[in-house]
Design a protein around this ligand. Structure first.
Ligand SMILES: [Zn+2]
Length: 640
């Protein structure tokens, strides 16, 4: 636990220009600095650093934030790791929080001693491949037969555990480690009579690294042929090893994953190593366990794209489909490569040779919709019932995707592929979404029925581009609030009061914006009118990027926006009240249009007369609001 005093000291000292300069060379232009962006490929600089504001912003890829965010993003560090890094850079002494209890201190000591013994064990096993007779004749021979060269063996720090009961533990005890540590690290197993023996014997050893390269566990593969011994055994869960949070190969892969903007996901240790041998380094394995949310989160620190490699047997595939849905639910993109029947990445790369194998991966990647479709295609060919079922399976996956726009794109694709009308798919998906919502819904009785309906519609998936336009408009309002909310008008009211009055009637669709908005008015309640920098200090890391983006200058895009979306972007602190009103009313109008379109879609296909009446009433109410708002804006409404 780093003490808040240290964090404060770091924040005071950190200088965005100095921090970024460690990674890219900056050129001064005006009061800002510019460089080619370290986060995306480009030839002309669109990455800017504003020392006065303490932020960076890329106009190409949109990455933005402060010094801490930059280090987190660039080094793939956690918040704490970034603070430590910056403290190191500026020579600030790190005070650990004195609040740490004796228990916490003890746990910290235990963790550290486990890292030490695990590293010691790794070195021992690795050394066996070179100096131990059995290690050379059995272990090393096996690895060489598989085509592993020295570079690969060293990169993954592979090793061999000699086939004796106490070969490793007696070596460890001789080196002053005690039994308790060996046991807590999962390296020995205690017997009932108080004795103990080595957990790993006669096995090729695969050390499992955490993200910063420390050993947290081992996987061991037996070389015996008898069937009684399990092929693989793994370290048990320990203070430093939670298998649901670790991915094998992540340490060796993280740079390549970032460079390639994609992460291959395979099943076993040897699959990972085979891909490396084929020159594919952006690969990790969930090593035997089924994929977990924590593992997906870990990948998402490096890329939003996952390609799952499936062994070629159908039973296994259908069992693994849950993994795909989990990835989709996390908002990541999933693609799939399916191997021929009976082959896995390891066996197939050996059979094909490295170059042909790398090419195979490129040629056979499918997005998950094509994959699911082809999976059900055989069964569905002759049977219309099966066909409907498979369509529903695919729609179910699409419904899981959190992003509206992404969903709409996939629906379009599925409609082409399944040769079904898009509207049919939309209806099916809405059915699924409503079922899901019913399952979750905790009844809120204080809302009148009609109101609930309209709000529900607002959350429906979109096939038009309303959603993105609304999001842009919300962004404008928020930008207005953050940059100009403190401006006082002649009558003594603040601009933020106007914004609040209007915005409170609307519900934000973008949750980050909502969070910032709420934070803003919480500060107002506490008697201060916040400005942009306030959020860089008080917001969490997730919204910092949004804030930095909102307070950056952006003359380039504002003009385009005005033309394209008729969103007014104030350039000076004049006529702000008009801007505030106009933006809010335009936002309202867009939401109404969106609701109208959705309602019309529903009206094409009402369930029964009751629903039809209800939908028509909604239509009338929406038209009335539309007129009202249009009057304020001076717009003539001529829509049907
Ligand atoms: Zn960029």
């Amino acid at each position: 636990l780093i003490s808040p005093v240290t964090i404060e000291a770091v924040k005071e000292r950190m200088d965005i220009e100095e921090v970024v300069s460690d990674y890219v060379s900056l050129k001064k232009k005006g009061k800002d600095f510019w460089a080619c962006c370290p986060f995306h490929d480009e030839k002309t600089p669109s990455f800017s650093v504003a020392p006065v504001k303490g932020i960076y912003k890329c106009f190409g890829c949109g990455k933005a934030g402060d010094s801490i965010t930059f280090i987190m993003e660039h080094e793939k560090f956690s918040y704490t790791e970034a603070i430590r890094h910056l403290a190191g850079k500026y020579g600030i002494e790190i005070a650990e929080d004195e609040q740490a209890t004796e228990e916490q201190q003890q746990e910290k000591n235990e963790r550290e001693s486990l890292f030490i013994i695990l590293k010691f064990a790794k070195e021992h096993y690795h050394e066996n491949l070179k100096t131990n007779d059995e290690g050379r004749s059995v272990g090393l021979t096996y690895l060489k037969e598989r085509g592993y060269n020295d570079a690969t063996i060293n990169k993954f720090e592979l090793g061999y555990a000699v086939d004796q009961w106490e070969h490793f533990s007696s070596h460890a005890l001789k080196n002053q480690f005690n039994k308790e540590i060996l046991e807590n690290a999962g390296l020995i197993i205690k017997k009932d009579d108080g004795g103990f023996y080595d957990r790993f014997r006669g096995r090729v050893m695969f050390p499992i690294h955490d993200i910063s390269g420390r050993i947290v566990a081992f996987g061991g593969r037996t070389l015996r042929k008898d069937k009684k011994t399990p092929k693989y055994i793994n370290s048990p869960e320990t203070v430093v090893y939670h298998k649901s949070k670790v991915l094998y190969g992540m340490y060796q892969a993280k740079q390549a994953i970032r460079d390639q903007e994609n992460c291959y996901l395979v099943e076993g240790y040897t699959d990972v190593i085979s891909l490396h041998l084929s020159g594919v380094e952006n690969v990790v394995s969930s090593s035997g366990t089924s994929l977990t949310e924590d593992q997906i989160k870990l990948i998402s620190r490096f890329t939003k794209n996952i390609t799952v490699l499936f062994d070629g047997d159908t039973a296994g595939i259908k069992a693994s489909l849950r993994g795909i849905d989990m990835i989709l639910a996390s908002g990541l993109n999933v693609r799939v490569v399916l191997f021929p029947d009976g082959e896995d990445p390891d066996s197939y790369s050996q059979k094909m040779g490295t170059e042909a194998f790398a090419q195979f991966l490129k040629d056979n990647v499918k997005d998950f919709i094509h994959f699911k479709t082809s999976l059900y295609a055989e069964e569905a060919k002759a049977d219309p019932v099966k066909r409907a079922e498979s369509a529903r399976e695919i729609i179910r996956s699409i419904a899981i995707i959190p992003d509206n726009v992404q969903r709409a794109i996939y629906l379009k694709e599925a409609s082409d592929l399944l040769k079904l009308e898009e509207s049919v798919l939309v209806a099916e998906m809405n059915k699924i979404l409503i079922q899901e919502r019913r399952k979750k819904k905790v009844k809120s009785e204080d809302q009148p029925a009609g109101d609930t309906d309209i709000k529900d519609f607002a959350k429906k998936p979109q096939l038009t581009n309303h959603t993105s336009i609304i999001s842009l408009q919300e962004r404008e309002n928020l930008s207005l609030l953050i940059n100009f909310g403190h401006v006082k008008f002649e009558d003594g009211t603040f601009l933020y009061e106007y914004v609040k009055q209007e915005q409170d009637e609307l519900e934000f669709m973008n949750q980050d914006y909502k969070e910032i908005y709420d934070l803003y008015f919480k500060a107002v309640e506490n008697g201060m009118v916040p400005q942009g920098n306030y959020f860089l200090q008080h917001g969490d890391e997730k919204i910092k990027q949004v804030i930095a983006d909102l307070i950056s200058e952006r003359y380039e895009i504002s003009q385009e926006w005005e033309n394209k979306y008729q969103i007014l972007v104030p350039k000076k602190e004049e006529n702000l009240d008009i801007h505030a009103f106009t933006n809010i009313y335009r936002l309202k109008l867009r939401i109404i249009h969106k609701l109208l379109d959705e309602n019309k879609e529903k009206l094409k296909n009402p369930k029964d007369d009751d629903e039809e009446t209800q939908l028509l009433n909604i239509h009338v109410a929406l038209k009335r609001s539309e007129m009202e708002i249009a009057k304020h804006l001076g717009i003539v409404v001529a829509r049907g």
